[in-house]
Design a protein around this ligand. Structure first.
Ligand code: GLC
Length: 532
């Protein structure tokens, strides 16, 4: 199976990405919301983890209807987070420590307060009218088509003053931009140059597969599997509102811009696309060698599938098989949008999951706080912030539990802020924080560091080939190989012991998720051994 471990690997193939949710990493100003100076003050911690790049969720001026994913100025810094000078300082400080820095580019929609939209909605003949997607009502006066917002409700908002609807794939405060308009496209591509000129190392691109809609905006087909209680978004299949060929062409233009800043060098700028699609369609976002698109189309399959060894063995095989020869894999286990892994699979399994994330073939993205094993967090009803939860309450869509502040130590507010944090901390923060876990040899933090260290030492783990090892029940096993070096990773996704794969017997043990050792793979154990 997949791999070309003999070739040279750029930093973004060898490396590990660490996602920071800036509102919740470190507050330096004392307003209960994290900021750039706070992140800068924690760079040594990030470097000490052994990751290679930081991706910052959006830091641009924003009314915060969707906590930064509603951008009111693509070229500035939100005052809550600091200033452009703070940003330049942070970038330089990251680079001094050998850390790359990626920004979050949000091309599908702006804030409704962005001056472009203010102009666009001011009249039907405003030159920026066509920078957004405006349509007349359907003959019955209702929305122009059946598209549904990802946050529930129609994807169309009526504008009384100009007598048309505008499209919003997310909140009404997030009108969709019209990438079919050449001026809009040029203005947005210039935003990439603006930040690349400042020295950023690339972008995570928000909902990239959404940015162009089918010509004529035809209805989406109904989803026969939808039933009440499910996310309203899934009432329809987003066949006409997402994944259009024209969006691939734009991704290729973005890539050409990134590549013009130094492809195939240590200064290579990387593009990571946020794309939720089945593997065959996801793989198309790599483009072709002649016309590459994004370096890494995010692979969310570990988040989207049941935590079951046979299911995961199957999806790894399917994913590897779907990759084009030139496509480098990647894996995501947590994010500001998904449930915390430890909340999903439990604390003991979260350690196995961390070993999986950091030993599968491909670039891992590690979400802040997962290295502490933060699990379930209860958000009291009066503290709910997430607009997705507010629009469809009570069906499990709330993202606040994954967005709670980092816990640094046992001082008030866990050292996150002098003020009450904008979201509550996880309940067990007095024991589950960076300072406490640093002192505990068996902590999730120290396991994460050990895994990252091993990954850095062993080319087989960082860039080696992947080969599945037969297993059944709760055992998931695979080999990673580079040159003469062969490592076996054996993961027990259940809580009862299973036999170790034959070839592990007598092999040198490199790292286990559990203390001590046994002749079998204990319940909730993940083990890495050296075969050769
Ligand atoms: C992406 C972001 C999510 C946001 C949405 C709309 O999925 O990760 O947080 O709400 O896009 O911008």
């Amino acid at each position: 199976m997949g791999g070309h471990s003999d070739k040279q690997h750029p930093w973004w193939e060898r490396g590990v990405v660490y996602q920071i949710y800036p509102r919740s990493f470190q507050d330096s100003s004392g307003d209960g919301v994290g900021d750039l100076a706070g992140i800068e003050s924690r760079l040594d911690y990030i470097a000490s983890l052994g990751v290679d790049a930081i991706w910052l969720s959006p830091i641009f001026p924003s009314p915060m209807a969707d906590f930064g994913y509603d951008v009111a100025d693509y070229r500035g810094i939100e005052p809550l987070f600091g200033t452009l000078e703070d940003f330049d300082r942070l970038l330089a400080a990251a680079h001094e420590r050998g850390l790359k820095l990626l920004l979050d580019f949000v091309p599908n929609h702006s804030s409704d307060r962005h001056p472009w939209f203010v102009e666009s909605r001011s009249s039907r003949d405003n030159p920026k009218r066509d920078w957004y997607i405006w349509r007349d009502p359907a003959p019955d006066g209702g929305p122009p088509n059946n598209w549904i917002s990802d946050f529930g409700g129609s994807a169309w908002e009526w504008d009384e003053a100009t007598g048309q609807y505008y499209l919003h794939a997310f909140l009404p405060q997030q009108p969709d931009l019209n990438w079919r308009n050449p001026q809009l496209k040029a203005a947005m591509l210039d935003v990439l140059r603006f930040w690349l000129d400042r020295g950023v190392d690339g972008f995570r691109i928000d909902v990239l597969w959404h940015i162009v809609k089918a010509e004529g905006l035809p209805d989406n087909p109904l989803n026969p599997e939808w039933h009440p209680g499910m996310n309203e978004r899934d009432r329809v299949l987003q066949a006409n509102s997402t994944d259009q060929p024209e969006a691939h062409a734009i991704a290729a233009e973005m890539r050409a811009i990134a590549d013009s800043y130094g492809a195939m060098s240590e200064r290579e700028r990387v593009l990571i696309g946020e794309i939720f699609l089945p593997f065959d369609r996801l793989a198309r976002w790599y483009g072709t060698p002649e016309r590459p698109e994004v370096h890494l189309p995010f692979n969310f399959s570990l988040i989207e599938n049941p935590w079951d060894a046979r299911t995961i063995a199957g999806l790894i095989a399917d994913y590897e098989a779907s990759l084009p020869e030139w496509g480098w894999p990647n894996w995501v286990l947590g994010s500001h949008d998904a449930a915390r892994i430890a909340a999903r699979v439990g604390e003991a399994q979260a350690r196995v999951a961390m070993m999986m994330l950091l030993t599968l073939r491909g670039t891992p993205t590690l979400y802040q706080g997962d290295e502490l094993g933060i699990g379930q967090v209860e958000i009291p009803a009066d503290k709910v912030q997430d607009p997705r939860e507010k629009r469809q309450p009570g069906i499990g869509l709330g993202r606040d539990p994954s967005r709670t502040p980092m816990a640094w130590d046992s001082s008030p507010n866990a050292g996150f802020s002098r003020a009450e944090p904008w979201l509550p901390l996880h309940g067990d923060w007095p024991g589950r924080n960076v300072a406490m876990e640093e002192q505990d040899a068996g902590s999730m933090l120290n396991l994460t560091r050990a895994l990252l260290r091993l990954r850095r030492q062993e080319p087989a783990l960082a860039v080696g080939d992947y080969a599945p090892v037969a297993g059944d029940g709760t055992l998931l096993a695979y080999e990673r190989r580079a040159g003469d070096s062969r490592l076996l990773v054996a993961l027990n996704l259940g809580d009862a012991a299973v036999a170790l794969p034959e070839l592990a017997h007598g092999a040198e043990r490199l790292l286990s998720t559990l203390p001590g050792e046994a002749n079998e793979l204990r319940g909730n154990e993940g083990l890495i051994v050296r075969l050769a």
